[in-house]
Design a protein around this ligand. Structure first.
Ligand code: 1GP
Length: 240
């Protein structure tokens, strides 16, 4: 089933979809195998590959992941250089919380031809940075300011604008390794106002935080950083 359809059905049925994020620069063979084995046990729906600053070879990283799991691999690009035709799909991120044209349309133009030729599934996503209590890589690399976490009205208006522009999902991002995940109230307010799936990530380190994001209305929750330190955490995420 195409990933967008899976997301939309998950949204309609109130499912709790899980994404495991792998940063190609931090791949360690042993941790990767354990993380992917545990991702299967935890019934993770997708493995995302990417990050703000990918120094290594994204295509090689995707191939390495695909050798070890049947879970669909979705690109999570920091810029147009992070494209790899070996992936199953791409979250084509438009950084709608920012005002940097390179991340709203510029990178997209660079990669458009390659994307079309590759035939991989393209999922247009409204990507919103929410202040997570520390300055994050994505904030620095994209040269954009996050939305203050208490400015729920601005977050709701931004998400609504993304939906009205035709984006297929909203990603509420506190940033990898954020001190504070996206607040419950903000997730809930965005979910009440849009009629597309909401993906939440950044700073989720426990089953309690994972549950809280779903309870607030997230269709998919993304976990990365915490698994690099402890891949066994995924086993606690199985019963979500
Ligand atoms: C980062 O939302 C993802 O872009 C996941 O964040 O690495 O903090 O889990 P963590």
């Amino acid at each position: 089933m195409p990933l967008l359809q899976q997301l939309q059905e998950g949204y309609s049925n109130g499912e709790r979809l899980l994404a495991v994020l792998i940063d190609p620069d931090k791949i360690n063979a042993q941790t990767l195998s354990l993380t992917l084995a545990n991702a299967t046990r935890a019934k993770a729906n997708i493995v995302m590959v990417g990050g703000s600053l990918v120094d290594g070879d994204t295509d090689a990283a995707v191939r390495l992941v695909k050798e070890q799991t049947h879970i669909p691999v979705v690109l999570f690009p920091g810029n147009a250089m992070h494209f790899a035709s070996s992936a199953d799909a791409i979250f084509l991120l438009s950084l709608i919380s920012g005002r940097n044209p390179d991340f709203l349309i510029g990178n997209h133009v660079h990669v458009a031809g390659a994307l079309k030729r590759s035939g991989i599934e393209v999922i247009p996503v409204g990507y919103m940075l929410i202040d997570g209590g520390v300055a994050t890589s994505v904030q620095y690399m994209s040269n954009t300011m996050p939305i203050p976490s208490a400015k729920i009205d601005i977050a709701v208006a931004t998400a609504l604008a993304g939906e009205q522009l035709g984006l297929k999902a909203i990603y509420l991002e506190a940033g990898s390794g954020a001190a504070n995940p996206v607040p419950h109230e903000l997730i809930a307010a965005v979910c009440r106002n849009v009629t597309i799936p909401v993906i939440v990530g950044g700073g989720i380190r426990s089953a309690k935080q994972l549950q809280a994001a779903y309870q607030a209305g997230a269709t998919m929750v993304v976990v990365g950083n915490a698994l690099e330190k402890n891949p066994e955490l995924l086993l606690e995420f199985g019963a979500r």
